[in-house]
Design a protein around this ligand. Sequence first.
Ligand SMILES: O=C(O)CCC(=O)C(=O)O
Length: 272
Amino acid sequence: MRASLIQIAVDEGESVESRRRRVASLVREQAGADLVVLPELWTTGAFAYEEFGSEAEPLEGPTYEAMAKAASDAGVWLHAGSIPERTTSDSGSAAGAGALYNTSLVFSPTGDLAASYRKIHRFGFDKGEAVLMGAGRELVTVPLPDTTLGVATCYDLRFPELFRGLVDAGAETLVIPAGWPERRRAHWTLLAQARAVENQAFVLACGTAGTHAGVPQAGHSIVVDPWGEVLAEAGADEEILTVEFDPAKVATTREVFPALKDRVLGLQPPRS
Ligand SMILES: O=C(O)CCC(=O)C(=O)O
């Protein structure tokens, strides 16, 4: 399989509309890849909290339309990263119409929506995304012809139980769009490798470059194999990271070193 991770520079000098056009054309240039991955909240920037409300879109809004077309023009599976979604009355949100979510979109090579995922763990503790956006509750996997994707977003990377849930649901390739800050880059790399090793899965983690809302981004998108080997890693600036990998390596790794079969579930809590 060939995957291209587009590590977009999200800087304040570029409007959302022009970035959307630029990214659509970068996706089109990836014709020939099997899978293209974009970062988290690349229209606004993951830390541009003040723009979440003004730039929020319904699920089938301008970013959806541009990315569906780019996926079908290029004939690729496209994990289009995430958008600030504003729910409508028919969005199926427990919070009703007008709520915000950090929602990822995955398109098939015909431009149809294959899946959407609302980020479960919101970042910011008692501010930013954590108070402005609702939390998703559902794990999402996406069957592709040669592998099954398990999707998660940025801060989700810190929560191993989410990934175990995805593996239990059949995920073999974990795709993680992010807007990870430079100051915690060491955690990003370490956690991407840890999620790959513990789940014996490929990890495709695509971050942003540039600086927005005063937060320099880490870049360093990374692809890790099920043995924890780094297959490719980007630098700090905008870059397209292209990698070939063999999805069958998940099954062989799990067969040769069957640690997932040795899990012990339902342990008793300590007595005192
Ligand atoms: O966990 C981190 O250090 C970064 C998370 C983050 O920036 C996000 O989820 O938007």
